[in-house]
Design a protein around this ligand. Sequence first.
Ligand code: G3H
Ligand code: ZN
Length: 280
Amino acid sequence: MSLTTLKEVLAYAETKKAAIPAFNIDNMEIVQSIFKAAEEEQYPLILAVGQAAIKDGRMALLAASARTFAEKSSFPVVLHLDHGQSLEQVRMALDCGFTSVMIDGSKLPFEENIRISEETLKLARAAGASVEAELGCILGTEDDISHDDNKPFLVRTEDVKAFNEAITVDALAVGIGNAHGIYKGLPNLDFERLAEVNDISVVPLVLHGGSGIPADMIQRAISLGIRKINVATEVRLAYVKGITTAISTGDFYPIANAGKAEVYNLVKGKIQLFKNGMVD
Ligand code: G3H
Ligand code: ZN
């Protein structure tokens, strides 16, 4: 199957009242393991390429690898730019065949966030791709992107309303107390706010910082309209844990396979959770 758009898989998630996982991919072993789990689950996938991978020069390589696997798959796959930092980066991703781009304008003043999201929409639409924007801030730090502690971080309903009136993106990431990286203690998610935002949002909502959010909170978030959940840190930790346990073999394939096995187990569990009891 050729790559599909974020808009398409989120519409499917809406019909199933479920969420689609967006897993960050950082190397080919991770891509292999994610596909193995998704193939068994026959569930749509979003493969996200983030800023650390891009900084390391992996955008085109990861895109090619994702496309190769997607072409052989029997379920929809989206190739997504995670936390896009500029229009130039959006262009680069679209040139590499990404079918979805996130523009992270959350640090900008509101009007500028609208403007850069609008520009991103023009570029993406010309390439037939989807757009995710962000309102409110995701706490914590990931790939050198961190929240400014002096800024309010919770999404405001009036901003969602104004944003939706100004432009129509395909997905909206919302800050509801979620954080990148592993949570210190239990996440403090503002579910009331999520419910309010979902009531007025015309586009599907995205939960970033999916690593370490307990299953019951994930289920609640999905029941309140979250349709895409991003997981990065747990995927990386799983891979590192796997290769560490096998490092004493000193042998490449046993080490790589141990990393793959951990990622596969993690991803399979997340897909089953995000399916939210869905039956075909
Ligand atoms: O954009 C990526 C994510 O929001 C992943 O967050 O590393 O906490 O899972 P995480
Ligand atoms: Zn994120």
